[in-house]
Design a binder for this molecule. Structure first.
Ligand SMILES: CC(C)(COP(=O)(O)OP(=O)(O)OC[C@H]1O[C@@H](n2cnc3c(N)ncnc32)[C@H](O)[C@@H]1OP(=O)(O)O)[C@@H](O)C(=O)NCCC(=O)NCCS
Length: 172
């Protein structure tokens, strides 16, 4: 698979994914995104562009996003990800997250990357653990999902735990 930054031509598909509850799955908040909002997100220099996960045949199957988390010390990044249902369970997300972690630690002066997931979302927890994240604890009633506040696990990987690129090399 290939992970590459989102281009303008990906916007219609991205907006389609954003509006399909099955792509974000049962453990993500429901939301809808208009074409205009998708375009604004894409054009804004403040928004970090998602990365598209592509299979070797060029088909687009999901994305990994990253964003800044407000913190007094700054330099805190969080990631999120989703795959179309037909491509799950084949290892694509784990590989994409590994590449994203390499990219972020190589390109950003951040000491930790975090992710949070509904405590029921076992597939997501597996992805994070396989990619080297550690579970830090439970954030109680952190996510509003399908009309209910749900507990979430907070995961992180520290730069010293990552140590060196696992997929990307420093010269490629
Ligand atoms: C979470 C998600 C991105 C995982 O993507 P994926 O490509 O299927 O992940 P991978 O194939 O790399 O790994 C999934 C692992 O979880 C396991 N898994 C999947 N469903 C599971 C379940 N219900 N219970 C336990 N383990 C499960 C798989 O067996 C696999 O582990 P393995 O490699 O040891 O066999 C995908 O399920 C998805 O898009 N879900 C909806 C959106 C979402 O929840 N995003 C995350 C929000 S925090």
């Amino acid at each position: 698979m290939n992970l590459r930054v989102m281009e303008k031509e990906d916007l219609p598909l991205f907006a389609e994914w954003a509006n399909k509850p099955e792509v974000f799955g049962e453990y993500n908040p429901l939301h809808q995104m208009s074409r205009i909002e998708a375009e604004k997100m894409f054009e804004s220099p403040l928004e970090l562009k998602p990365f598209i996960i592509e299979k070797k045949d060029g088909s687009k199957i999901g994305f990994v996003s990253h964003f800044h988390v407000l913190h007094v010390a700054g330099k805190l990044l969080e990631i999120g990800y989703s795959l179309v249902p037909s491509e799950r369970g084949k290892g694509y997300c784990t590989e994409a997250v590994r590449i994203m972690i390499d990219y972020l630690f190589l390109s950003r002066d951040t000491m930790r990357i975090q992710a949070c997931t509904d405590t029921r979302n076992l597939a997501s927890q597996k992805v994070l653990e396989k990619a080297g994240f550690k579970k830090e604890g439970t954030m109680r009633k952190y996510l509003f999902i399908r009309g209910e506040l749900r507990d979430a696990f907070l995961y992180s990987i520290l730069r010293e735990e990552w140590k060196e690129p696992k997929v990307l090399t420093r010269t490629s």
